[in-house]
Design a protein around this ligand. Structure first.
Ligand code: MN
Length: 741
């Protein structure tokens, strides 16, 4: 609300929406028009675009340019390498109703989360209750209201022209630390909101372009890394202000009416574009897949409530309609739980965004129009839409990433059926595979955080015509960059790297293989009070399976070494682990208490001087039968260290002599032919008809002959969803009263 002086000289509350409307009126009109016409704001024709396409395109390019410019410039304000080096930030421009006109590059998962936060402020009538004025600054990281996970923080700034709110600017950064129960930015131990850390609930944190001192003090004292927090906040705010200036300049040039018209047309164009892409690229039909997220916390969990072996069910049914509409339905998802993987519906929408911009909408001209074009169901009260602020949402990626592996497979089947084989992507490695924590650096007696974002370079899945990208992909940030080792060491003072190398045998096998992952070895040096956790999909299951006969990527495990003789080795000038052939060289080159688990995950653990920690990144899943992979490619795989000779013999039937020194693989053609024939024969004798498999599995289900996590999963889902339960019982031909206890 802006105060103006009326004819009688009294102060009066003037609505800040367009043409004398309040924001609530504008939002209601927008929703009604969409409902009535199926078009954004009832926009029947793109008048500006049709009549003056050059001006329209120029305006889009200018907005997009301003967003990218804000991002590329503002990130230099930040000191956090997560933001500055890897670019874990993005900016978005919204209509007054909170609909995204255009995003910058970067973590565009946030396009729709910012939208939800703005809509919340409108619905809660901030216009009249709190005031929305030029120069105001708002902050949100409350996940149910519009945020992906707690560590992502939004700064939102209204943009006014002549007393009217013309747009909103939103900037997001991923923080090094948010003051949660343990060190790190994606917690593993958190079981509820009350352990998640600092929350801002669409809070007004400043006016007249200045942050409130109260807010600054509260945040500074709430996080472990106040300097990074402070500079990240300045980064978000300066980017929003750059964006505001760009919009003001644009309005000066084209006039406010044209800007308004452009905003709406751009979103409607986004909606139309998505429908056209769906029509063009996907074959109509119903596509189903499912992902699973193991939460094996029985032994690891810190709180009694979390000490159970859970398994989240993340089914995805998609319908592609001939008219270009698309639906995503996760009916049958598990209930929320006492773990950090709960994901708000807005975060799931964000995942859809990131996926569609990479699979279907390649030209960068995307916005909330594509949100309006897709019909989604993230069931209320499930792990993908808990509607319960008391849950922990710290690591919602633990639900988003597996779910979208299922989405990608569905889309890929749609591409394949339409003939777009090159668009097929079997999925990706999940990027949880990393290290977090912190400690005290002895030389300065200061706290240093550990949260290397080199995790943003994993293996991408194969397509139906080529191998996946090696160690260069992250689902959530298409501009993946692992950053120089030195960048991480500048921040993570007490944990230098001993080595970082490509990791063989991580890529999923197939006619086209997945991209390979990599591993790193680090050492605690000159530091005390060091606590580290490793947070990765536990290696007891994989979330995606490869396509058309391709294999999943390798599962995960953990290795660390405590009480080592590293310093003695330094003194005696003996060999120490350097990261070559990790983690095997730990066996040969270090003595100590070496802890290996197949979990891939451990809760915060104390590390002392000279202790070693190993972490590795996953590969992508494969496509097609490995026996159909060309032998030349397999030879190259061995020579390039993607696979080891024993593995290619077992999986691809490729036999030969490998010379380690020259890295050449001498193919034994006869042996290879014979070995492939043997594998084919073994398949014939060992395989069984699907009907037999169904019979055997049905018996197991009826007898309850399944593992505890599987029982946990199905009993939760059968309680949660009648609809899904009915389908399940029908498929397995089970009585209506069947339940799993
Ligand atoms: Mn984040």
């Amino acid at each position: 609300m802006s105060k103006t002086v009326d004819d009688t000289g009294d102060e009066t509350d003037q609505p800040i929406g367009w043409d004398g409307q309040t924001l609530q009126e504008m939002l209601a009109t927008s929703e009604e028009l969409l409902e009535e016409t199926d078009r954004y704001y009832g926009t029947e024709t793109l008048e500006l675009k049709d009549e003056d396409p050059f001006t329209y395109e120029q305006m889009f390019a200018r907005v997009r340019g301003a967003l990218v410019n804000a991002r590329e410039t503002a990130l230099h304000v930040s000191a956090s390498p997560i933001v500055r080096e890897i670019g874990e930030l993005s900016f978005q421009l919204y209509t007054p109703e909170g609909d995204c006109i255009a995003p910058s590059t970067g973590i565009i998962v946030h396009v729709h989360t910012g939208s939800l936060a703005i809509k919340y402020m409108i619905e809660e009538d901030y216009e009249h209750e709190r005031g929305i004025n030029p120069g105001d600054i708002f902050c949100n990281n409350d996940n149910e209201l519009g945020n992906v996970h707690t560590t992502d923080v939004h700064t939102i700034v209204p943009i006014f022209h002549d007393g009217e709110l013309v747009a909103w600017a939103d900037g997001v950064t991923h923080e090094v630390d948010i003051g949660g129960m343990t060190r790190g930015h994606d917690q593993v131990a958190s079981t509820s909101r009350y352990e998640d850390g600092l929350y801002a609930t669409c809070e007004k944190i400043g006016d007249d372009d200045e942050l409130y001192q109260d807010w600054k003090d509260r945040a500074q004292r709430a996080v472990r890394t106040p300097m990074y927090w402070d500079l990240d906040e300045k980064c978000r705010l300066s980017g929003c202000h750059m964006l505001r200036t760009a919009v003001e300049d644009m309005i000066d040039d084209v006039g406010v009416e044209q800007f308004k018209q452009f905003s709406r047309e751009a979103i409607e164009e986004g909606r139309i574009t998505l429908e056209e892409r769906v029509k063009e690229r996907l074959f109509p039909g119903t596509y189903r897949d499912a992902s699973f997220m193991p939460v094996p916390f029985e032994e690891a969990g810190w709180k009694p409530t979390s000490q159970q072996n859970m398994l989240n069910h993340l089914p995805v049914e998609m319908e592609v309609f001939a008219d270009g509409s698309l639906s995503v339905d996760m009916e049958g998802a598990s209930p929320p739980g006492p773990h950090p993987y709960n994901s708000a519906a807005g975060s799931m929408q964000g995942g859809l965004w990131v996926s569609l911009t990479q699979c279907l909408l390649h030209d960068g001209k995307v916005n909330d129009g594509s949100y309006f074009a897709v019909d989604t169901n993230f069931p209320e009260g499930s792990v993908v839409n808990p509607q319960d602020p008391s849950r922990s949402y710290h690591t919602s990626w633990g639900s988003i990433m597996p779910s979208y592996n299922a989405v990608w497979k569905n889309l890929s089947r749609g591409f394949f059926a339409r003939g777009f084989r090159e668009e097929v992507v079997t999925g990706y490695s999940e990027t949880g595979d990393t290290l977090q924590g912190g400690g005290q650096f002895d030389a300065t007696e200061e706290y240093f955080p550990v949260g290397p974002f080199d995790l943003s370079c994993q293996g991408l899945g194969a397509s139906a015509v080529r191998d996946g990208l090696d160690h260069g992909y992250a689902m959530w940030n298409p501009e993946a960059d692992m950053g120089d080792i030195e960048e991480w060491e500048i921040v993570e003072w007490g944990l230098p790297y001993l080595g970082r190398e490509l990791k063989p045998n991580t890529a999923g096998h197939g006619k086209y293989r997945g991209g390979a992952g990599w591993g790193a070895l680090r050492v605690v040096a000159g530091a005390s009070d060091v606590s580290l956790s490793k947070h990765v999909r536990p290696g007891v299951s994989f979330s995606t399976s490869g396509l058309h006969g391709g294999y999943p990527q390798a599962t995960n495990y953990s290795v660390r070494a405590h009480e080592t003789d590293l310093h003695d080795r330094f003194d005696d000038r003996e060999q120490y682990p350097t990261g070559d052939r990790l983690p095997e060289d730990l066996d040969e080159n270090i003595d100590g208490d070496i802890v290996r688990t197949e979990r891939g995950l451990y809760f915060p653990t104390t590390f002392d001087e000279g202790d070693l920690v190993y972490y590795h990144m996953g590969g992508g899943p494969g496509y097609g039968d490995p026996l159909e992979r060309s032998v030349e490619r397999v030879v190259a795989d061995v020579e390039e260290d993607i696979y080891t000779p024993d593995v290619v013999e077992r999986v691809y039937g490729v036999v030969g002599e490998f010379d380690e020194a020259s890295r050449t693989f001498d193919l034994d053609e006869e042996g290879t032919e014979q070995s492939k024939a043997e594998i084919r024969e073994r398949r014939e004798t060992e395989s069984q008809p699907a009907s037999e498999f169904w019979e055997t599995e049905r018996e197991r289900i009826q007898d309850g002959d399944v593992s505890d996590p599987v029982t946990w999963m199905y009993s939760g889902v059968l309680d949660q969803s009648e609809e899904w339960g009915a389908q399940f019982r029908e498929f397995w031909d089970l009585p209506a009263e069947f339940d799993m206890e």
